[in-house]
Write a protein of this length. Structure first.
Length: 278
């Protein structure tokens, strides 16, 4: 009986939390299907004739966000690729090599995540300005990598530590180099970690707003800044704004759906093999 009550309580709580999370998204969908006049109607119209004009305007209209979507996709993709290329060997070194000061280095990696982003806006602005990298693609990519790399390294270390060392030792007995061991033994076992790292890195770069609005905005315009296209002193085009926001969500949602199977498969594989941290 107690178990049934507990299960019912947890289910109810989870449903309530899910509703709180999803209600703004549902509201955005309804608003995006209304005309601007219907959006401002009071009391709100529950029944209305849906229209896709707001989505057409967000893609093909004068306030189109297509170019901004391209900028965000380029920045997020390159940030993700370079983050993976650097975090995987760094994580392998921290997880497997007997490095001097490894524990302190691991703490430093985590400590960088504790710094409030607001406190780094001015330093980043001054540094990028000195090198002439303000409002450039490579400037934004470097900034995003400084935040994504520590998290990616920490995450990949946790996955690599769960791989039994006996697998590597067997490869070394066959005279495999560390590079071959990493490529052919370690990486296939941490596909779940790579999938998680890829998704989080891409999402962080795609959704980031603070540095995008402070360090870019003219030549380089990420999609988060594009939301300003629909906001002016005179008015806010709520219907078009919601339509543009929903369009901007699509790449992240698709990556989450595609990567979900890889994450589950990788985690299940690790559990079956029974690896444990050393």
């Amino acid at each position: 009986m107690n178990k049934k009550i507990r299960d019912y309580t947890l289910t109810t709580l989870a449903t309530f939390i899910m509703l709180i999370w999803i209600l703004p998204l549902i509201w955005s969908v309804f608003v995006s299907l209304k005309s601007e006049i219907e959006v401002l109607a009071y009391p709100p119209n529950i029944f209305f004739e849906p229209t896709l004009n707001n989505f057409k305007d967000a893609i093909f209209g004068s306030l189109s966000i297509v170019s901004e979507l391209g900028d965000s996709f380029l920045i997020a993709t390159i940030t993700t690729i370079f983050t993976l290329l650097l975090s995987i060997p760094a994580a392998y070194a921290l997880a497997r090599l007997n490095l001097f000061g490894k524990k302190k280095l691991g703490f430093y990696v985590l400590a960088t995540q504790m710094i409030p982003p607001m406190g780094l806006v001015i330093p980043y602005y001054l540094i990028l300005g000195k090198f002439g990298w303000l409002d450039t693609y490579h400037g934004m990519i470097i900034v995003y990598m400084t935040f994504s790399l520590p998290f990616a390294i920490w995450l990949m270390v946790s996955f690599m530590e769960d791989i039994p060392r006996e697998m590597e030792e067997a490869a070394f007995l066959d005279k495999a180099s560390r590079m071959k061991t990493l490529l052919y033994i370690i990486l296939p076992q941490v596909k779940g970690g790579i999938a998680v790292t890829t998704i989080f890195t891409f999402m962080n770069a795609w959704n980031e707003f603070l540095f995008a609005v402070q360090l870019s905005g003219n030549k380089v315009r990420p999609v988060t800044i594009a939301m300003y296209n629909f906001v002016s002193v005179e008015q806010t085009l709520w219907a078009k704004l919601c339509a543009a926001a929903l369009i901007a969500m699509i790449p992240v949602i698709l990556i989450g759906i595609i990567g979900n199977n890889h994450i589950i498969k990788g985690l299940t594989l690790g559990a079956v093999k029974g690896g444990g941290r050393k």
